[in-house]
Design a protein around this ligand. Structure first.
Ligand SMILES: Cc1cc2nc3c(=O)[nH]c(=O)nc-3n(C[C@H](O)[C@H](O)[C@H](O)COP(=O)(O)OP(=O)(O)OC[C@H]3O[C@@H](n4cnc5c(N)ncnc54)[C@H](O)[C@@H]3O)c2cc1C
Length: 361
């Protein structure tokens, strides 16, 4: 998602772009993702006003960005801003979340829901609910549809796409990064952007840069149920559920430190399903449709790395988007384009400095 989003913005600005991909584009974390677009939920969790604003702007530009991808490619991405409901089964959690809406000054943007209001919006939710929060600006897209659409848009814009090509090492002359050594030979560029998801650290290590990104495994599955009707993305009782346009539901998700292991386990899926049935009892009778896993690019502080790498000219990092890379793809693409063209940034990037972990050590 991140490399493709950066390429999309740079190509539209008239730049020549080469994408180097070890496998096939959009096949790792990005295709495994749920496709939730929840800027408002992220705003509620944000630790600073700058980060809150970053998510606000991310949400604002996503619709226009997806339209632009659809226009260039001629293919839909199933973007829907139908809202997200966070459902509570526990009074303490509900009270603390309601309080955080006030603390974050988000009362005008988010809606507290009583148990009756939750059930009138979503009758499939258990009668045990003690309330919820409506994030009306949140929504979803279908990651696999986005993959097809974005890849086709990149091809139409003239992107040079080198799949099945491994980037081994960053090439430099003094403190200028001049390109990358790949399995197919050396490539030279004015600017090299590292957007390798959970594998980004290794490439930056070739310049002895310590930019920690760790894989955080997420397992998900899909079910069908004619008895359950949902119109919003539902989060709560330890799960997320996304109603898809084809009538299926995407359910998740685990957060596991399991290295680069992407196997799906019965235990994890059974555990998530048990949680799901607490919140949506009719899911007990759902028909299993599919399962998969992916590796989120996690960072120690949960924030991405977006920006020039201090001490090196011609090198930009765009990595570590952890749980929100599908939401943050467009804003990352715009931010990198602005860095490359020397434009005024749409959002401040100080909190996302690539070397912040090294500088604090
Ligand atoms: C189960 C799950 C659910 C998620 N749900 C959501 C969600 O609902 N909403 C949301 O916003 N985000 C979600 N995420 C997070 C989101 O998917 C990621 O943040 C995002 O996909 C990261 O994009 P990326 O391009 O950085 O990484 P990736 O998609 O992993 O892409 C990195 C690419 O770099 C390539 N690469 C790496 N090293 C090299 C090399 N040396 N040479 C060549 N190629 C290389 C890899 O092959 C890979 O294709 C979810 C993630 C998971 C796993």
């Amino acid at each position: 998602m991140i490399g493709c989003s950066v390429a999309f913005e740079l190509l539209k600005a008239g730049k020549q772009v080469t994408l180097v991909e070890r496998g096939t584009l959009f096949s790792e974390a990005s295709s495994a993702s749920a496709g939730m677009l929840c800027p408002q939920a992220e705003m509620l969790a944000a630790k600073t006003e700058t980060i809150r604003n970053f998510y606000r702007v991310s949400g604002r530009i996503h619709r226009e960005w997806t339209r632009s991808v659809e226009e260039v490619s001629g293919r839909p991405v199933d973007y829907r801003q139908d809202g997200m409901i966070r459902v509570f089964l526990d009074h303490d959690l509900a009270d603390s979340q309601f309080q955080s809406i006030e603390d974050a000054h988000l009362l005008s943007e988010l809606t507290k829901l009583s148990p009756d209001e939750v059930r009138s919006l979503e009758p499939s939710i258990t009668e045990e609910t003690v309330g919820g929060i409506l994030f009306s600006g949140d929504g979803q897209l279908h990651p696999l549809r986005l993959a097809i659409s974005l890849k086709s848009a990149l091809a139409r814009l003239g992107c040079r796409i080198l799949e099945h090509t491994v980037a081994h090492e960053l090439l430099h002359s003094g403190h200028d990064v001049i390109g990358v050594r790949t399995s197919e030979g050396d490539l030279f560029a004015d600017t090299t952007v590292v957007a390798g998801g959970a594998w980004s650290s290794a490439l930056l290590k070739t310049l002895e840069l310590d930019v920690p990104v760790v894989p955080v495994k997420g397992q998900m599955y899909a079910v069908r149920s004619s008895n359950v009707k949902l119109t919003h993305v539902i989060q709560g009782f330890g799960t997320v559920v996304l109603p898809r346009l084809d009538g299926s539901f995407t359910v998740g998700v685990t957060h596991e430190m399991a290295g680069y292991d992407k196997r799906v386990t019965v235990a994890a899926i059974a555990d998530v399903h048990k949680q799901l049935c607490r919140g949506i009892p009719e899911m007990k009778h759902a028909e299993f449709a599919a399962s998969w896993a992916g590796l989120r690019p996690g960072t120690p502080d949960g924030l991405p790395y977006i920006g020039h790498v201090d001490g090196w000219d011609g090198l930009i990092a765009a990595a570590g988007h952890y749980t929100t890379g599908i939401l943050l793809g467009p804003i990352t693409g715009v931010a990198v384009r602005q860095l490359v063209l020397g434009e005024e940034p749409l959002v401040p990037l100080d909190e996302f400095r690539p070397l912040r972990a090294m500088q604090m050590a």
